[in-house]
Design a protein around this ligand. Structure first.
Ligand SMILES: [Zn+2]
Length: 381
């Protein structure tokens, strides 16, 4: 998969070196079995197995599935064959580097709390800036190039940082109990729906109104604790996911909390669920997961609602935000008991207090004993 020149789409019946390239890429991705009879030779025939593998690949990558290899699928195949460590990564304004290794680097930086831009697999200016900041903090040469030394540092940190972002660990280590605890924290609260989009309804009351009310209560409590709080919408607005996340990114928020309520055809469905950015198998936001967990547990403990667990999702709202982002689904409007609770203003106050407690626990780990032994705070010069 060398050149990026424009190409005729490949499909069933095609043959030649370009098909061999495609088959080799599919094989390296584990999508095409090695033919024992053919040995090392990948073959130049676009056979039914090739078509099937291409369809599979297109499906997994979210491309339109036609079993043929045009420009888009070809580019995606080229990008997919890179894994972190295969090559030096750096910012090339003329020909930006693209690939799954870049996505992986961006996700790791974001997970560690460095703003590396969107995890879009394109090494741009923002990725470089995030990488340099990481290198500076870890005493590496801040050259913005991801080579062996930087990779080693990233791997060593790996999943060991479970208590929060390194900066937060550093701050909590130095933390002195003085004044309101959340001063300097910027938190965006995102009431779902709005305007003409009412979400689910419970009699005359709408999910949109209830989550806005809840957001205001959370805003009040967080502000009283010293945080700077922004809401993504007023009563009559219904921003898109892109607008909501852009708003949070522009606000340089430390945390993004999206609020929803559920409903279901079965009146038995009930309880509280939380969602954070994650693919389920690979990377996930450690801080996001932790906050999702804290908020749900605080809520369940204070309201007696059912605990439906925390779940990794790749929703745009969670993926496009550059800070830990969590969506809380605070009960079912279709369930008789959940609905009674949610329609009660005092209960919504209780939920808001639960969210405040979770934010405090996130930023002020009572475990001011970060996972020492697994993470050594670098010396600040
Ligand atoms: Zn909703």
């Amino acid at each position: 998969m060398g050149s990026e020149s424009s190409m005729e789409p490949l499909g069933p019946g095609s043959t030649g070196p370009a098909v061999a390239d495609v088959r080799a890429a599919l094989r390296s991705l584990g999508l095409l079995a090695v033919d024992a009879a053919a040995g090392e030779s990948v073959g130049e025939e676009y056979d039914p197995a090739t078509e099937l593998a291409v369809r599979h690949f297109q499906q997994v990558r979210g491309l339109s599935v036609d079993g043929r290899v045009g420009e888009e699928t070809y580019r995606a195949l080229s990008e997919a064959r890179w894994s972190l460590g295969d090559r030096l990564l750096h910012h090339d304004p003329e020909r930006p580097m693209r690939g799954d290794d870049v996505t992986n680097l961006q996700e790791r930086l974001l997970e560690l709390g460095y703003d590396a831009g969107r995890a879009d697999g394109i090494f741009g200016r923002e990725t470089e800036t995030g990488l340099r900041a990481f290198q500076r903090d870890y005493g590496l040469t801040a050259d913005g190039t991801c080579g062996p030394g930087t990779l080693r540092a990233l791997r060593q940190l790996g999943r060991k940082v479970t208590g929060g972002r390194p900066q937060l660990l550093r701050q909590s280590a130095n933390f002195v109990d003085s004044g309101p605890h959340l001063i300097g924290r910027r938190i965006v609260v995102d009431p779902g729906h709005g305007g003409a989009d009412t979400g689910f309804t419970a009699g005359e009351t709408t999910e949109a109104d209830l989550v806005l009310d809840l957001a205001s209560r959370i805003e009040g409590r967080l502000a009283a604790a010293g945080a700077t709080v922004y809401l993504t919408r007023g009563r009559d607005q219904n921003p898109t996911a892109e607008q909501r996340t852009a708003f949070a990114n522009d606000a340089r928020a430390d945390l993004f909390i999206s609020l929803h309520m559920d409903a279901h055809g079965s009146e038995h469905a009930r309880g509280v669920a939380s969602y954070y950015y994650g693919t389920g198998s690979g990377t996930s936001s450690t801080v996001g997961e932790r906050f999702a967990d804290l908020a749900r547990r605080e809520m369940v403990a204070r309201t007696g609602m059912l605990d439906l667990g925390g779940h990794p999702k790749t929703w745009d709202l969670l993926r496009w935000t550059r800070m830990p982002a969590v969506r809380l689904d605070c009960g079912y409007l279709s369930h008789p008991v959940d609905r009674l609770l949610l329609l009660d203003a005092r209960l919504r106050g209780t939920v808001a207090s639960a969210v405040l407690a979770a934010v405090q626990r996130l930023f002020l780990p009572a475990e001011a004993d970060p996972p020492t032994g697994t993470f050594v705070l670098p010396q600040k010069v």
